[in-house]
Write a protein that binds this ligand. Structure first.
Ligand SMILES: NC(=O)c1ccc[n+]([C@@H]2O[C@H](COP(=O)([O-])OP(=O)(O)OC[C@H]3O[C@@H](n4cnc5c(N)ncnc54)[C@H](O)[C@@H]3O)[C@@H](O)[C@H]2O)c1
Length: 365
């Protein structure tokens, strides 16, 4: 297949592209605006692959997307481009409305125009796969109830409301115009190349710097965690074998309280990169555990209490199951960050963006 991936320079998009290029024969066009969250350094290992192309473009720009579709002639679009950080959506919702809602609308319209003009066999085979979140379902207050594909939408934050709106648009484009769509709603991802503003990388890097490890409220909020490479495998299954018009929930069967996630990272770091004794401490004195850095901070407004996914449909219909447990995935993740502190520092000090701007200017000149 020829697959156009939007948002391929982001956390999940880059994992998907590495999977597509390393484990399949598919051709990939990565269309990404390169916001602060887009980092081409996450694709360095595959950037020279002859089956990979990159185009810097905004999904809101229908003409640019239309030209890319006409030129690349994809068999499938996998749509991941989004503003994705809940805290940023609370501080400044406008970008979320623009990219997640208006951008998805523009992409749907450009896709519809392209798809309408395809010969019948290619038209039948074409797929528009919209990648979304379990946060559209709101939150759960029981201890063992789960989100299913028919759970009513009840988003809480500007982020989840904008993703919910985009899901509705995608379904409407199928119902109204017959565009062959697929949707997936996934739980929290974690793993390599995760932007350091998100909980797991933030805690790893703050701990290594001896900074406080912020935990919202009492830390009892429950999230289901999925290793990002398991998500990439699920997405490939759905775009290749999913039934048109269907939604598949994707989850890791790994429900964890936020405080437990932070404590588990501390325990791994105590083992893999123990704290150095404070300067001035008596020779031979033991440095404490990273857990001592945990600091409870004021809860996020509208904070959802619990997310949990019933991923039975994708398991039954498509035979997908996560390969990582939370323990195995978290150990891989902590090891990855310890081995790739350079990648992290370049994100933290902004050099990944400055050098990119320089390279793009040179390219334009
Ligand atoms: N991270 C999670 O835990 C999670 C869980 C479930 C679903 N999702 C969904 O998966 C998708 C990817 O999430 P992520 O964590 O990789 O996000 P991310 O923030 O790491 O990456 C988003 C990417 O989209 C690009 N982008 C943003 N606006 C754009 C625009 N207007 N035009 C073109 N490109 C644009 C950015 O440059 C970046 O490369 C999102 O749609 C998100 O809602 C994420």
């Amino acid at each position: 297949m020829r697959i156009l991936v939007t948002g391929g320079a982001g956390f999940i998009g880059s994992a998907l592209i590495r999977h597509l290029l390393n484990d399949t024969k598919h051709q990939v066009l990565n269309l990404d605006k390169l916001t602060y969250a887009g980092n081409l350094e996450s694709l360095a290992s595959v950037a020279d692959n002859p089956r990979y192309q990159f185009l810097q473009a905004d999904i809101v720009d229908q003409a640019a997307v239309g030209a890319a579709l006409a030129q690349f002639q994809p068999d499938a679009i996998m749509h991941l481009a989004a503003e994705s950080h809940v805290d940023r959506s609370i501080d400044g919702p406008a970008a979320f409305i623009q990219t997640n809602i208006v951008g998805t609308y523009s992409l749907l319209e450009a896709s519809r125009a392209y798809w309408s003009g395809l010969p019948e066999a290619r038209k039948q085979a074409f797929r528009f796969h919209h990648i979304s979140t379990d946060e559209v379902y709101g939150d759960l207050h029981g201890v063992d109830d789960l989100f299913s594909e028919s759970t009513p939408y009840a988003p809480s934050s500007p982020y989840s409301a904008s993703k919910a709106a985009s899901d509705h648009l995608v379904r409407a484009w199928q119902r109204t115009y017959g565009l062959p769509v697929l949707l997936t709603n996934c739980s929290n991802n974690y793993g390599p190349y995760h932007f350091p503003e998100k909980l797991i990388p933030l805690v790893i890097l703050n701990a290594l710097d001896g900074k406080p490890l912020p935990v919202y409220g009492n830390g009892q909020q429950v999230r289901d965690w999925l290793y990002v490479e398991d998500h990439a495998r699920a997405l490939l299954k759905v775009v290749s074998e999913g039934r048109v018009g269907e939604t598949y929930n994707i989850g890791g069967h790994n429900e964890q309280k936020n405080l437990h996630v932070v404590e588990s990272i501390c325990a791994l770091l105590d083992e893999l990169a123990p704290r150095q004794a404070d300067r001035g401490a008596a020779a031979g004195s033991q440095a404490g555990s990273y857990k001592e850095l945990i600091t409870f901070v004021q809860d996020r407004p509208g904070h959802d209490q619990r997310y949990a996914i019933d991923a039975g449909k994708i398991e039954r219909e498509l035979g997908w199951k996560p390969e990582e447990t939370f323990a195995s995935g978290l150990r891989k993740t902590v090891n990855w960050y310890l081995a790739n502190l350079d990648w992290c520092r370049r994100v933290q000090d902004g050099s990944y963006q400055r050098e990119r701007l320089g390279a793009l200017k040179e390219h334009d000149a």
